[in-house]
Design a binder for this molecule. Structure first.
Ligand SMILES: *Cc1c(COP(=O)(O)O)cnc(C)c1O
Length: 484
């Protein structure tokens, strides 16, 4: 007898515990399902923000070890330490930062993808999974108005999409290390910080970042861009990349994409549109007008985990000429020699830094199919109107001042107290809102002033959230006024 056989049998007996029996599988599924159902039954009543005493520390009292714990204990640990002491990101009360979503069928898409563990990196082994992602990328390219030549990749989010765009732009323009200190990137100061990060990660820390002036609505000034490019070129620099925002995180302002694009074409600049927040507003008529020119980008970053209300973990990069994305990211190894694909298909692994990757297609495809597009379009149009509603209402309240009418669904505002330090007052006002907890907001600095933000993008945010926030802000301001 082969000397290994008896030891293998012993190990197999233990290893097989990784495969629960059908009854055991049902039991753990039901425990998780019961908890998730309860969570969703309650989602319109829970606080958006919980300042909880334990901060998740309870997890440390149950270290990872050789022996199992019961599923009910595991679910309880999860509830107490992960779900409770947190921003309830799936709540409609989340109107801070750029809210995400959590539409239910996306969780089921993930469930199917995880149970099957489909490998969506290479066409050869999973043509259907790859075609699904391909079809979704094509659909998004159509939504933003990119041509037939466009391709792209489903990423983990907008930051990685921006990184891939910068690497693609670097390769497409043949920038080598001797060029870096002369290459110039143009963006406003409101460009998302992931662009800065991406430049450094891409080895481009030395490039010149030229901050282009903004107009009074925090949009890129096309004249300033043009002047900057001309003077940089005269100074011997190498204008390379313009990053425009289709909805900045700070104020939701949309840079004048349609006016920027022709300059990029004329001046041979790569035009990247960061539409991580705002891109899917193109699904509704009003948004399409506001984002006119987005399809002129050489590359577009767009986040289904923002504008399509998916749970976190799904962004996308779209590139006008998919071959450029491919030549910046392709790779091969002998162990991949069996793979190949028909001319009209491509393998995501050759268009992304990732090889083995989350099959993100399923979580995006299932909700789009089971809901159809109509409710997504309505939800996005609703968010544009909620922002305008909130802007009008807060402006009408005593003591509040607002930024410009929102381009998309972000409103900036602050209280101007009769006396005392306004920044300090607004910091305390934000504290009042967070203490109440029903609505979560955050702050930013605008023109040197501490400013409050309201960003409507969660699919569960409706007009009642606006009214609650207006009420909490008005009462909070009155309370603080009465104290000083
Ligand atoms: C959210 C956001 C990003 C970053 O995307 P992640 O999905 O968070 O990685 C980039 N740009 C803008 C404008 C954003 O709103």
């Amino acid at each position: 007898m082969n000397q290994h056989k008896s030891r293998i049998a012993e190990l197999e007996a233990v290893a097989r515990r990784l495969e629960p029996s059908p009854e055991e599988r049902r039991r753990i599924t039901e425990a998780v399902f019961a908890y998730a159902s309860g969570f969703l039954d309650d989602i319109y009543n829970v606080r958006a923000f919980n300042r909880h005493h334990n901060h998740g520390k309870g997890l440390y009292t149950s270290p990872i070890g050789d022996d199992p714990i019961d599923i009910d204990t595991a679910v309880a640990l999860y509830r107490e330490n992960v779900d409770e002491p947190a921003l309830t990101a799936s709540s409609g009360g989340h109107v801070g930062y750029i809210p995400g979503g959590g539409i239910y069928p996306a969780a089921l898409g993930d469930y199917l993808a995880a149970v099957g563990n489909n490998y969506a990196g290479v066409y050869y082994v999973s043509p259907g999974a790859v075609r699904m992602e391909h079809m979704l990328v094509r659909w998004m390219a159509d939504v933003v108005g990119l041509p037939e030549s466009a391709g792209g990749d489903l990423t983990s989010g907008g930051s990685i999409a921006n990184l891939m765009a910068i690497v693609t732009a670097r390769e497409a323009h043949g920038l080598g290390s001797r060029d870096f200190h002369k290459a110039v990137v143009y963006a406003t100061r409101h460009v998302h910080h992931s662009i800065d990060k991406a430049l450094r990660i891409a080895g481009l820390g030395e490039v010149v970042v030229h901050h282009v002036d903004m107009d009074e609505r925090h949009r890129m000034s096309v004249n300033s861009l043009k002047t900057a490019v001309d003077s940089d070129r005269k100074a011997g620099l190498r204008p390379w990349l313009v990053v425009a925002s289709a909805g900045t995180t700070d104020t939701g302002a949309v840079d004048p994409l349609a006016d920027i694009a022709p300059h990029c074409r004329d001046d041979d600049l790569w035009f990247h549109v960061d539409a991580a927040y705002g891109g899917f507003f193109t699904l509704c008529e009003e948004g399409r007008q506001k984002l006119a020119g987005i399809g002129d980008g050489d590359s577009v970053a767009i986040d289904p985990h923002k504008g399509l209300f998916l749970p976190y973990g799904c962004g996308a990069l779209l590139v006008r000429d998919r071959a450029k994305l491919g030549s910046a990211h392709a790779g091969s190894g002998h162990y991949l020699q069996d793979a190949g694909e028909p001319a009209d298909e491509y393998s995501p692994a050759n268009y992304s830094p990732e090889l083995t990757r989350h099959y993100r297609g399923a979580r995006l495809w299932l909700p789009l199919k089971v809901f159809g597009l109509r409710p997504f379009k309505a939800c996005l149009q609703e968010k544009l109107l909620l922002a305008r509603y909130f802007h009008d209402e807060i402006q009408a309240r005593d003591g509040f001042e607002t930024g410009p009418p929102p381009d998309l669904s972000v409103v900036t505002y602050r209280y101007v107290p009769k006396r005392g330090n306004a920044d300090e007052f607004n910091r305390r006002l934000m504290e009042e809102v967070l203490e109440d907890g029903r609505v979560f907001i955050n702050s930013t600095m605008l023109d040197g002033k501490f400013t409050l933000r309201m960003a409507a993008l969660a699919f569960r945010t409706h007009i009642d959230t606006m009214d609650t926030l207006l009420d909490v802000l008005t009462r909070g301001a009155r309370r603080i006024e009465s104290r000083v």
